[in-house]
Design a protein around this ligand. Structure first.
Ligand code: PHE
Length: 375
């Protein structure tokens, strides 16, 4: 709670006038991110990308003659915190839009709050298809899991992996959804799911599931999880003598995967949204700007999508000519071929974006680009 002290010399009328002028000075944009806790790597990345975009926009003069003010709330990677954070940004800060979350389960907490308030929300990186189904004010600037699941199923079939096991986090909307779409395409394409095992977020011991998977004699293991668990699963698989490839989706992409997984993540494959090695001038300009701003750090997919989410919002605001929610929503929905770091963003009728996926592997302790898959 903010306590405003009234200077004795000023009559209340002038104070209100001054406050009014101040309130209109900037355009407040809210952000909910996992800056700390289990998926801090995700939140930090998307936040750094988003903030960089806001700074770039402000340097260029802002929009509608005003600068942006990014107000960020940390949900500590905890379930149940994101809706509270979103409510705080809406009622306390009166933000004109919400950016975030990246993790689908947490975006699914924020979306009903934004929809009820009729304030646009843009998720940079949540790929679960149900996120934007929440309502007409919910958008995203990334591809969705029916596409990502298909990409990885086709990849497995192309590699000749005829028998695959899945290991899915049942407490993550992202993991369950991606697992489902993978299974559909993989089995329709002639692949056999020889073992289907599950875990819950924050599990540390996967030996029972991996032992069952080993007994099933599979060619590869599909793990649509987040980097913490994926790294531990890779380690424990190798400890149990399971040498087949592990593969998954965008949740694998974090340098923390390499730190936790060490040599056990050599040879894994995963799909993601962009490559920092893409020679496109827009990508290289972003990579350089990000490195300069954030201590030499190379931006990952989440950083790039965070950056694009803020740019897409600003572009819609420019076209709307206002930050008013209804017009802003309509302008967002009309976004077409907006050029960003992760490719062109066009918002479709379901308020999703269609973009290419990039497949990476881990080689000599580093992420290495394998191929790009067009939508
Ligand atoms: N797509 C993931 C989700 O929906 C989040 C994610 C995005 C993870 C980008 C890594 C990189 O939960």
């Amino acid at each position: 709670m903010r306590i405003l002290r009234r200077p004795h010399s000023l009559p209340p009328f002038f104070l209100l006038l001054a406050l009014g002028a101040f309130a209109q000075d900037t355009i407040k944009v809210g952000e909910v991110a996992s800056l700390t806790g289990k998926e801090a790597s995700f939140g930090q990345s998307s936040h750094k990308g988003t903030l960089l975009a806001i700074e770039h926009l402000n340097t260029a003069g802002g929009v509608l003659g005003k600068k942006f003010d990014l107000v960020t709330e940390d949900n500590q990677s905890k379930a149940g915190e994101s809706a509270t954070a979103a409510r705080k940004l809406l009622s306390r800060d009166k933000v004109v839009a919400l950016l975030g979350e990246v993790a689908s389960s947490r975006s699914l907490e924020i979306a009903p709050v934004a929809q009820a308030a009729k304030i646009p929300m843009i998720s940079p990186a949540s790929t679960n298809s149900t996120v934007t189904e929440t309502g007409s004010y919910i958008f995203r600037v990334c591809f969705i899991d029916p596409f990502q699941g298909t990409v990885m199923a086709k990849f497995a079939l192309k590699r000749g992996w005829k028998k695959v096991a899945t290991l899915i986090s049942v407490s993550s909307a992202y993991s369950v959804g991606l697992g489902k779409y993978f299974k559909e395409t993989y089995t329709t394409g002639g692949g056999a799911l020889a073992a289907e095992r599950t875990y819950v977020e924050s599990d540390k011991d996967f030996k029972a599931q991996l032992t069952a998977i080993k007994a099933a004699g599979v060619d590869a293991i599909f793990v649509p999880g987040y980097y913490n668990e994926c790294a531990l699963i890779s380690k424990q698989a190798r400890e149990l003598g399971l040498t087949v490839p592990l593969f998954g989706g965008d949740g694998w992409e974090s340098t923390a995967l390499l730190e936790i997984g060490g040599t056990a993540v050599e040879g894994v494959f995963f799909s993601t949204h962009y490559s920092s090695e893409d020679a496109a001038p827009a990508v290289q300009a972003f990579v350089q700007a990000f490195k300069t701003r954030w201590n030499g750090e190379t931006p990952d997919a989440m950083a790039a999508l965070g950056y694009d989410s803020a740019l897409v919002l600003a572009d819609a605001m420019k076209r709307a000519g206002t930050a008013d929610a209804v017009k802003l929503r309509d302008a967002l929905a009309a976004t077409k071929d907006f050029p960003g770091v992760t490719g062109k963003t066009s918002i479709d009728a379901q308020r999703n974006a269609t973009k290419a996926a990039a497949i990476f592997t881990v080689k000599n302790g580093k992420f290495a680009f394998v191929e790009s898959i067009a939508p």
